[in-house]
Design a protein around this ligand. Structure first.
Ligand SMILES: [Zn+2]
Length: 331
């Protein structure tokens, strides 16, 4: 049996050979995607592990987010390519979460298959459900009440609201890195061709994402000549990070504001007052989506990573009740 542990920082360690989404004393560190809760202690891994592996897009996004990577200590691992780490054969598989995201498959010498889903949405449709013997999952929405009945329609609801608000003037959209790029792409697919105005960091991340095939187009950085000209027009979408105060500092700008939140479950959107709207747009499967993955992956054992979960114990009980399988919460 492989030795699997999860430490207090959320790092998943397999046989002291592989650490995923956190640092541990291991030969190889994998980063499944560029969100900060999966990138913890990266500088330690860059100096102490033999290598850090991720998809090419994730490596580029990490660089744009300020991490110092070099060719010498990083390994570009494309979806489906295999790499051997001590006795493990390791592979990344696609997920629908943010651009560049992956899940991890590690097969040991006895053919035992360990899968870590990392963050995902739309399991079985845009995120492949991988059969496993041991399934490691972050129960981001671990409580059975965390269900969004409208998830399948949220993209068109967001597009409709954006069109409606854009007819009155500029619109600011606030969300996390990765989610913003995903939303820009979705709105283009819904025929919204208004220019995007981006803060410098969002601009760089968008450039990186486009390089790997996610088409967005017609976007400008705020401090450029085109950007400043567009600011004087009344027809643009300004994308800003959720925790940034940048768009609030533009006092003269009269714009509607859409805040993207993964923590709304009752209604797809609601008015917050003061020209602000909250849209329940998440990059994570809800409770039902998580359970759907567990059931169809058909593992003998499920491990719930409590560091990146909510209600990990509740989720584990539900897994035992629904699937009858062993379920362990770590750490
Ligand atoms: Zn994430």
């Amino acid at each position: 049996m492989p030795k699997i542990t999860i430490n207090e920082r959320g790092a998943i360690l397999i046989n002291n050979s592989l650490s995923i989404d956190g640092h541990g004393s291991s030969s190889l560190r994998i980063v499944t995607h560029a969100h900060s809760d999966h990138v913890r202690d990266l500088s330690k891994s860059l100096t102490q592990c033999r290598g850090v592996a991720a998809t090419a897009l994730t490596l580029d996004l990490l660089t744009e987010l300020g991490h110092t990577l070099s060719r010498g200590n990083t390994i570009r691992l494309d979806y489906g390519s295999k790499i051997r780490v001590d006795g493990l054969e390791v592979m990344l598989e696609r997920t629908r979460h943010i651009p560049g995201s992956s899940q991890v498959v590690a097969v040991d010498e006895d053919g035992l298959r360990i899968v870590y889903t990392s963050d995902f949405k739309k399991p079985g449709r845009e995120t492949p459900i991988i059969e496993s013997d041991i399934l490691i999952i972050d129960a981001v929405y671990g409580n059975p009440s965390y269900v969004r009945e409208f998830d399948d329609y949220i993209e068109s609801i967001l597009a409709d609201l954006t069109v409606q608000l854009l007819s009155k003037g500029p619109v600011i959209i606030q969300g996390y890195h990765g989610k913003l790029q995903e939303v820009m792409h979705i709105l283009r697919n819904y025929g919204i061709d208004a220019p995007y105005l981006l803060t410098p960091k969002t601009y760089k991340l968008t450039k990186a994402v486009e390089k790997y095939g996610l088409s967005i187009g017609n976007y400008f950085v705020l401090n450029s000549r085109e950007g400043m000209e567009l600011m004087r027009s009344n027809w643009f979408l300004l994308l800003d990070h959720l925790n940034s105060n940048y768009s609030y500092s533009l006092k003269e700008l009269k714009a509607s504001r859409i805040v993207l939140s993964g923590w709304e479950f009752k209604k797809p959107y609601r008015y917050l007052g003061g020209g602000r709207w909250l849209v329940a747009f998440s990059d994570h499967a809800d409770f039902n989506g998580l359970m759907n993955y567990v059931i169809n992956s058909n593992p003998k054992t499920v491990i719930v990573n409590s560091v990146r979960s909510t209600y990990a114990d509740v989720f584990a009980n539900e897994v035992r009740r629904i699937t009858g399988r062993e379920c362990i919460v770590m750490p």
